[in-house]
Design a protein around this ligand. Structure first.
Ligand code: NDP
Length: 524
């Protein structure tokens, strides 16, 4: 049985008990707010270091049994969960929408769609990525021996997630960690813990053994405590916190994988299909109210098509409806999930205007209840402005005119970040060459963000956007240690030729062998 941990704090019995999601606000717990209405929709425990230590002990005790399930046994649980997600899709969407304030469609497409795919993918592919590898070698000294590379689950994994996609890039990282045979403790953002608790319940129902997955609700300190106890930490969040996490992991010499912030550029060349480029610019800057790590955060447009592109984008952004989502088809742009994020968005727009930018559409906070910001288009922007250099993480699109593609590439790379980028041109081959010059972990040509859905591809950031990646072979092997195994069987002699006592005849023979093997090349 899976354990969905909701520990009541020792000091206050009135805070949410196990399975008590939706309890009224209590002083000692963490209230969960619906950002679209301002209502408090539940309270979760704020776990302290001692509670995390107890969870870690329980997770360690449970892990060997889960590992012993083997790939097939674990796949059965994950495939049941795939079905559970589909059977409970409306309930999950409701929970996500309520705690993030995002639209129905943003939850459906990017969270349910992702989870459905991911549970099936890791159920099937874990065995392929982690199966023992028989290794061939050019090393003649080991001729006839069995040489194997084995992936062994690390044991107890800590997953710390952000608030913008409580399922996809928060809970989603638990899936490959579990598929590899680890126990996991998930620390969701204090702002959006309910989705993880619900998914934990789901895995429980699907037969995950007790304590193999535990949800540690709490604030930053709970995340910090987790790092003290786990064998590896998978962190998604801001670059600032990511650096702290890496420092703490270094003190314990445990591996860390970091998915951090971004400032993704879009390059629009003068031969681009402008209608497609404008639709992509609007959708991928405003989707999830811009609170997506790989959203389009800035656009560079070649001079000849700049005016037309800006006109198209402005018209489309003006048509977007912003406000409280009321189910499917109600609004395009939902709430700003995290209160301080609204201040950052307002600050970036004010800073741009103060330095000479013009607001073509939007530009202001929408009066409450709830937290909203108008979909915003900024022009006359440059790299002296925060909106072009710092992560805004809001429904804004600054568009900058560039003389040519060389200037666009230079500006695209003028950032500490390196998560994603997109290039729009009718010459796809040239687009690919340009994409290869942008210092990012993922680049799309005439597309954006789609790489994230290809689970065979690594998704990770270059530069200050991260270390390591999720998805692909690396996305599950990082939850394992590698073990090299050499087995000498039938050819086992009493003694190898290089062993004691050293004899000049044997040494000369070995020298001749090395010369024969490695000395026949030329020095030119
Ligand atoms: P934060 O860095 O503020 O927080 C991330 C998580 O870390 C939260 O659960 C937080 O807890 C926890 N935390 C805070 N302090 C510590 C600490 N000292 N030790 C351990 N854990 C700690 O990020 P946000 O939640 O604000 O997320 C937004 C950021 O995430 C953006 O920069 C975005 O670009 C990035 N992101 C990157 C993605 C990627 O794939 N590269 C994907 C999605 C988002 P609490 O919330 O309770 O404070």
């Amino acid at each position: 049985m899976a354990t969905v941990e909701q520990h009541p704090p020792e000091t206050d019995e009135s805070v949410a008990q196990e399975g008590d999601i939706g309890a009224p606000v209590e002083a000692a717990g963490i209230p969960v707010e619906n950002p679209a209405t301002g209502e408090i929709i539940g309270t979760v425990p704020d776990l302290d270091a001692a509670a995390v230590a107890e969870m870690a002990a329980r997770g360690r005790a449970a892990q060997p049994q889960w590992e012993a399930y083997g790939f097939d046994g674990r796949a059965r649980v994950l495939l049941r969960m795939q079905k559970w997600v589909m059977d409970n899709a409306e309930r999950i969407v409701k929970t996500i929408c309520e705690e993030t304030g995002k639209t129905y469609e943003d939850a459906e497409l990017a969270e349910i769609g992702y989870a459905g795919n991911a549970f099936g993918f890791w159920a099937k592919e874990a065995a392929n990525y982690l199966a023992d590898e028989r290794v061939k070698t050019s090393q003649k000294l080991v001729l006839g021996k069995k040489i194997v590379l084995r992936y062994r689950p690390l044991g107890l994994i800590g997953v710390i997630g952000p608030w913008n996609y409580p399922l996809t890039n928060s809970f989603g990282d638990c899936i490959p960690a579990l598929a590899a045979g680890n126990a996991v403790i998930m620390k969701p953002s204090e702002v959006t813990p309910l989705t993880s608790l619900l998914l934990g319940e789901g895995l429980h129902e699907c037969g995950l053994p007790e304590n193999v997955l535990q949800i540690a609700t709490g604030r930053g300190q709970t995340g910090a405590a987790l790092i003290e106890h786990v064998d590896m930490i998978m962190f998604t969040g801001s670059t600032k916190t990511g650096k702290k996490v890496a420092e703490e992991a270094a003190k314990r010499l445990i591996p860390v994988s970091l998915e951090l912030g971004g400032k993704d550029p879009m390059l629009v060349l003068s031969d681009a299909d402008l209608e497609r480029a404008a639709n992509f610019a609007v959708y991928f800057s405003m989707q999830n109210a811009g609170q997506t790590c790989i959203s389009i955060e800035r656009a560079y447009v070649e001079e000849p098509v700049y005016d037309e592109f800006v006109a198209k984008v402005s018209e489309k952004v003006r048509a977007l409806r912003v406000g409280k989502p009321e189910g499917p088809g109600s609004v395009e742009v939902g709430a700003i999930t995290f209160p301080p994020q609204l201040d950052i968005i307002k600050d970036h727009v004010a800073d741009a205007v103060q330095r000479g930018a013009r607001v073509l559409v939007g530009g202001s906070e929408v009066p409450g209840p709830g937290r909203f910001f108008e979909p915003t288009v900024l022009v006359d922007v440059d790299h002296t402005m925060k909106c072009m250099t710092d992560e805004t993480f809001g429904p804004t699109l600054p568009i900058m005119k560039v003389h040519d593609v060389e200037e666009a590439v230079r500006l695209a790379n003028d950032t500490p970040y390196g998560l994603g980028a997109s290039v729009f041109t009718r010459d796809a081959a040239r687009g690919e060459q340009i994409a290869r010059r942008i210092e990012v972990g993922a680049a799309n040509v005439n597309d954006a963000l789609i790489n994230y859905t290809v689970l065979e591809l690594p998704m990770g950031g270059a530069k200050a956007s991260g270390l390591g990646s999720r998805h692909g072979a690396g996305g599950i092997r990082k939850y394992c240690s590698q073990q090299a195994i050499v087995v000498t069987d039938k050819l086992a002699m009493k003694k190898e030729v290089f062993m004691y006592p050293y004899k000049s005849r044997t040494s000369r023979m070995l020298a001749g062998f090395f010369k024969f093997m490695y000395g026949r090349g030329k020095r030119d």
